[in-house]
Write a protein of this length. Structure first.
Length: 153
């Protein structure tokens, strides 16, 4: 798949998600948790596919109508360790998971840059920690948002 086509397809899917699911849920006052959103495209297509983070951001801002998360949790893990975990799950790698180590190193660096640029929104968690610790850290990273069911410090 051509890199620009990939970026546009992800943006189009995100536009449909926002229109069909997210906006109605948010209008009801629901708490919405996603495993990926615009930052993923900035890292994967903007940096990994070398399309440019600003360019990919522009099409995603259009696609989402400017909808942005209140908080993003970046689970930090070395690319090689993350790939080892994928391998241990014994699942068939998808098209992106079959990319090179350089591709994933570029993506990891892009995520780190995004986190440095927006430290109030993006909180970095150590994904090498035990699952219980990662969960506790994630809840702590959300505490200041005043969300129901998440205790404040």
């Amino acid at each position: 798949m051509a890199p620009r086509a990939e970026a546009l397809l992800y943006a189009a899917a995100r536009a449909q998600l926002v229109e069909q699911r997210l906006q109605p849920l948010l209008a009801e006052g629901a708490l919405v948790l996603l495993d990926r959103f615009v930052d993923s495209s900035l890292a994967y297509q903007g940096a990994g596919r070398a399309l440019g983070v600003r360019e990919v951001l522009a099409i995603n801002l259009f696609a989402t109508g400017g909808l942005e998360p209140d908080r993003t949790l970046l689970l930090r893990i070395a690319p090689a360790e993350g790939r080892m975990r994928q391998h241990e799950r014994a699942e068939v790698p998808d098209r992106l998971e079959r990319e090179s180590e350089l591709f994933f190193a570029t993506i990891a660096a892009a995520y780190e840059e995004l986190a440095r640029a927006e430290p109030d929104r993006i909180r970095v968690l150590d994904a090498r920690a035990a699952p219980e610790r990662v969960l506790a850290d994630a809840l702590a990273a959300l505490a200041d948002l005043g969300l129901p069911g998440i205790p404040r410090d």
